[in-house]
Design a protein around this ligand. Structure first.
Ligand SMILES: CC(C)(COP(=O)(O)OP(=O)(O)OC[C@H]1O[C@@H](n2cnc3c(N)ncnc32)[C@H](O)[C@@H]1OP(=O)(O)O)[C@@H](O)C(=O)NCCC(=O)NCCS
Length: 182
């Protein structure tokens, strides 16, 4: 993948859009992360080419944007984020879904990558607000949004069906103005 496809770059991580060719890197990364995702992510990780191809169709819709975080040196994918359910008009809001992988987590790549995504979201994508819904015991995810300046706005009981039950979530969010101040 050419570095000219990068939309933004930090010291270690670059951001580009998710594409079909990513199945070569992502399917093994998803397989190694099945246990890591079980309690926190809805649905089973995508581990087949057909499921990945079907999943990509959601990004043909204007309300969903999919990105991967790559190491600048090698281009290796180390994380991913979606901006889902984008509402335009007087909201200009999107909901984040993100994950690292068993072999890439705990190194600061997600903090750097999501910081770049915030720049894109509040810049060329024209959004005003990003939300993240996080289970109260998902400490790595809570740490991530706190580091990036998100604010806890509320608590949503039985918010999403994950791993066999409806799970409570905390709602965290950041606006363009808050991001400017951090
Ligand atoms: C949530 C999730 C994306 C967080 O990823 P992460 O790897 O912890 O985030 P980062 O890549 O920014 O790494 C940050 C951690 O690396 C540590 N770190 C190690 N070396 C570092 C370095 N060189 N630079 C910065 N941080 C470094 C930081 O101290 C931090 O750890 P801490 O939170 O214990 O303080 C990840 O845990 C995950 O994918 N979980 C499963 C899916 C999930 O829960 N998704 C979100 C649903 S709401």
């Amino acid at each position: 993948m050419s570095s000219s496809t990068y939309l933004a770059q930090g010291p270690r991580v670059a951001v580009r859009r998710l594409c079909l060719q990513d199945h070569e890197q992502l399917l093994p990364l998803h397989r190694e992360s099945v246990e890591m995702y079980r309690s926190w992510m809805p649905g089973a990780p995508i581990t087949t080419y057909e499921a990945f191809r079907d999943y990509l169709k959601r990004f043909d819709e204007p309300g969903h944007e999919g990105f991967v975080f790559c190491l600048r040196g090698t281009g290796a994918v180390v994380g991913r984020v979606n901006i889902n359910n984008i509402v335009r008009g007087t909201h200009q809001c999107g909901t984040l879904g993100y994950a690292s992988y068993a072999s890439t987590t705990g190194r600061g790549y997600m903090t750097e990558g999501l910081g770049l995504i915030m720049g894109l979201a509040f810049g060329e994508l024209g959004l005003h607000r990003l939300e993240a819904n996080i289970q109260p015991h998902n400490t790595p995810s809570l740490n991530l949004v706190k580091r990036l300046g998100f604010r806890r706005e509320g608590y949503s009981p039985a918010f999403q069906y994950i791993n066999g039950a409806w799970r409570d979530h905390e709602r965290w969010a950041i606006t363009a103005e808050m991001a400017e101040d951090t």
